[in-house]
Design a protein around this ligand. Structure first.
Ligand SMILES: [Zn+2]
Ligand SMILES: [Zn+2]
Length: 293
């Protein structure tokens, strides 16, 4: 076989490989674009969620200090105490066990009765309070996004918790679901959905590293009726274009409650306040929200 022939065969094989792989790559690209700009898909089969009659959310920890209770400590991070029907749980734990313990005591919150802890993602400003939870509610299930670093997962297990990895959109308890994780490694993150009777879904997000818009779109695996979003939107330093992109999704979903906390940033907060005056709600450490009866 001549060298020229060998080169021709090799080139032919390469061309064939290119032809086989290219449509798949292009398709994946298109699909990603499609997911970002529109959330309505004709062949979407919804996962049905049960409904909760109502929910109460108390901001245990946030970067912004309380404007009424000066005993509370503010710290970079987020932790929400949620009561929904006869279940209570913790959404993230803030940056430190001391801050979490202090604020729980000031607010009269007893974590010993919680059913589970939901960890949005592995960053320390969300997982740092876990040692306090381990003292008062030992061995409760801790839901984490799959893809989380194994060292962080082992650290949570060493505190005595039963770690439950969430791999995709799933209902955890009646009316309470995870969006399923987006991204991987230290940025793997999932949001928590509360499905409220007569309102629709409320999405809680920790830092929204994958994008608060993408996380909302993931929530529509369950239903298109999204009532609101609460938590860290991670938009410090975000461009006007990016804020408008997110506003477009908020608009498309007709959100009626927008509560940016934690890492949302002052610019994004005023942007959403201006664009959605009816839905926007200012909240910080110690804020209490009652949704439903
Ligand atoms: Zn983070
Ligand atoms: Zn954070």
């Amino acid at each position: 076989m001549s060298n020229n022939f060998k080169i021709a065969v090799a080139l032919g094989l390469l061309a064939l490989l290119f032809l086989v792989l290219m449509p798949k790559l292009l398709w994946n690209r298109l699909r990603r674009g499609y997911n970002l700009t529109t959330f309505r898909s004709d062949n979407l089969s919804y996962q049905k969620l049960k409904e909760l009659s109502g929910a109460e959310i108390l901001v245990l920890v946030d970067n912004e200090p309380s404007n009424s209770n000066f005993e509370l400590k503010a710290a970079w991070g987020i932790s929400l105490y949620v009561k929904a029907q006869n279940v209570s749980f913790l959404f993230d734990t803030g940056p430190s066990p001391e801050v979490l313990e202090h604020n729980c005591k000031v607010l009269g919150v007893d974590l010993s009765n919680i059913s589970f802890v939901f960890i949005s993602h592995e960053h320390g400003d969300h997982t740092g309070g876990l040692p306090y939870v381990a003292k008062v509610a030992p061995s409760v299930p801790v839901y984490v996004p799959s893809g989380m670093s194994s060292s962080v997962r082992r650290g949570i297990e060493r505190l005595g918790f039963n770690v439950v990895e969430v791999k995709g959109p799933q209902q955890m308890l009646e009316g309470i679901a995870s969006t399923g994780p987006l991204m991987s490694g230290s940025l793997a993150e999932h949001g928590l959905i509360l499905n409220l009777q007569g309102k629709g879904m409320v999405l809680l997000v920790g830092c929204a590293h994958p994008g608060v818009d993408r996380m909302l779109l993931n929530a529509t695996n369950f239903s298109e009726e999204v009532f609101g979003v609460i938590g860290g939107f991670h938009l410090m330093g975000a461009s006007e274009t990016r804020l408008e992109q997110i506003a477009k999704v908020f608009d498309e979903l007709s959100l009626q409650l927008i509560v940016p906390l934690h890492c949302s940033g002052k610019t994004a907060k005023s942007f959403f306040k201006e664009h959605f005056p009816q839905a926007y709600l200012d909240a910080q450490t110690g804020s209490f929200l009652k949704l439903g009866p």
